[in-house]
Ligand binder design. Structure first.
Ligand SMILES: NC(=O)C1=CN([C@@H]2O[C@H](COP(=O)(O)OP(=O)(O)OC[C@H]3O[C@@H](n4cnc5c(N)ncnc54)[C@H](OP(=O)(O)O)[C@@H]3O)[C@@H](O)[C@H]2O)C=CC1
Ligand SMILES: O=C(O)C(=O)CO
Length: 317
């Protein structure tokens, strides 16, 4: 008999196919599991798959009295109440580094699209303004990448790949992280110091209680009127209303965002702005990163059902 695994978040069917070949899946698809399955069905569940950003509290864990493993599809685990899991003896696993290259690619895409006003340029051509020789502020030359100071906030799996990519554009790269790393970039001991120095701040720090709203009005002011924000981490790292205010009154020049405070919603005040480029949390969404995330999930589930420790346990899980 295949083991039963609960699917907690809403995932596209294709992403769960490989798991369905190995396990009997009970798909709650983002609904509270007890609204979809009976207490009897939930009583057998020993492992579940979730998206790390989906809130998962102790009460939901308690619906499955035999639950022993929470496995996150992706590197994030910010939604999981790790203390509640630890209290119940539940191991928490994730997919470290599995999508880092894809996320770094999106970060660089957002940086270039934002600083070079790619969406306005696209509109200019499609809308016929170029052929009609209509003047546009978009046609004013923008600062390029050559010699630009790029700040990377968080020098982890994704931060390292962002730094390597942007360094190839002949930029100067600096970073702030909890600790100094053995990397060829200038270390800043504070986020304020990094923001003051750089003109593009790439946010790749791990989201959690101690980085919640780390980028607020003060940091944005330090970044300044020629500065750009790129966020591929989580919306929680930025004080979103402060960001919208800074973009509106041009305290900063622009922002490229893949993540938001309350996904899947981007507020009108943000989508109405001309100086932002927005993507719908697709940083890790490439074929190869999905395969790598699935490999991590399967390795975690196989180990758990074999009575072994999870190979990709979260640092505090
Ligand atoms: N947009 C998307 O689709 C995706 C978003 N993400 C998100 O990106 C974030 C980063 O992921 P990843 O690179 O894999 O994570 P890692 O754990 O590999 O790296 C995180 C980095 O953040 C640093 N850090 C953690 N806490 C603090 C703090 N309080 N102050 C300063 N630095 C801190 C770490 O510090 P230190 O240098 O000391 O180790 C480390 O350098 C996660 O929040 C994840 O959820 C991930 C994948 C896809
Ligand atoms: O890996 C993660 O944390 C993600 O957000 C994947 O989309």
């Amino acid at each position: 008999m295949p083991e039963k695994v609960l699917i907690y978040s809403r995932f596209p069917k294709a992403q769960m196919e490989r798991f369905g070949e190995r396990f009997e899946l009970l798909n709650a698809a983002g609904k509270p599991p007890n609204e979809v399955f009976s207490a009897e069905q939930l009583a057998d569940i020993r492992a579940m798959i979730t998206a790390g950003g989906t809130p998962l509290r102790g009460e939901a864990m308690d619906l499955m009295p035999k639950l022993g493993a929470i496995v996150c599809y992706g590197t994030g685990y910010d939604g999981v109440d790790l203390a509640a899991a630890a209290k119940r003896g539940i191991a928490v696993g994730h997919s470290p580094g599995a999508n880092a290259a894809s996320v770094a690619d999106i970060a660089v895409t957002l940086m270039l699209a934002t600083t070079r006003r790619l969406l306005a340029a696209d509109d200019y051509v499609r809308g016929g303004s170029w052929a009609a020789a209509k003047p546009s502020p978009m046609m004013r030359p923008q600062a390029g990448m050559l010699g630009r100071k790029i700040g990377v906030y968080g020098m982890g799996e994704i931060g390292r790949k962002i730094a390597a990519r942007v360094a190839a554009f002949e930029t100067e790269v600096g970073y702030f992280s909890r600790s100094k790393h053995d990397v060829p970039y200038q270390y800043f001991p504070t986020l304020d110091g990094l923001a003051e120095w750089c003109s593009v701040l790439m946010i790749a720090v791990r989201a959690g209680a101690d980085t919640n709203h780390a980028v607020g009005a003060d940091v944005l002011k330090k970044l300044g009127k020629d500065g750009y924000i790129v966020n591929i981490s989580r919306g929680s790292v930025i004080d979103q209303p402060a960001l919208i205010a800074a973009l509106t009154d041009q305290t900063i020049a622009g922002a490229g965002l893949d993540v938001y405070a309350k996904e899947p919603h981007a507020p009108d005040a943000l989508t109405a702005l001309p100086n932002v480029v927005l993507s719908p949390h697709i940083g890790g969404h490439t074929l190869e990163s999905h395969v790598a995330m699935q490999d991590c999930v399967l390795a975690n589930l196989d180990a758990f059902f074999a009575g072994k420790p999870l190979p990709y346990k979260v640092p505090l899980g």
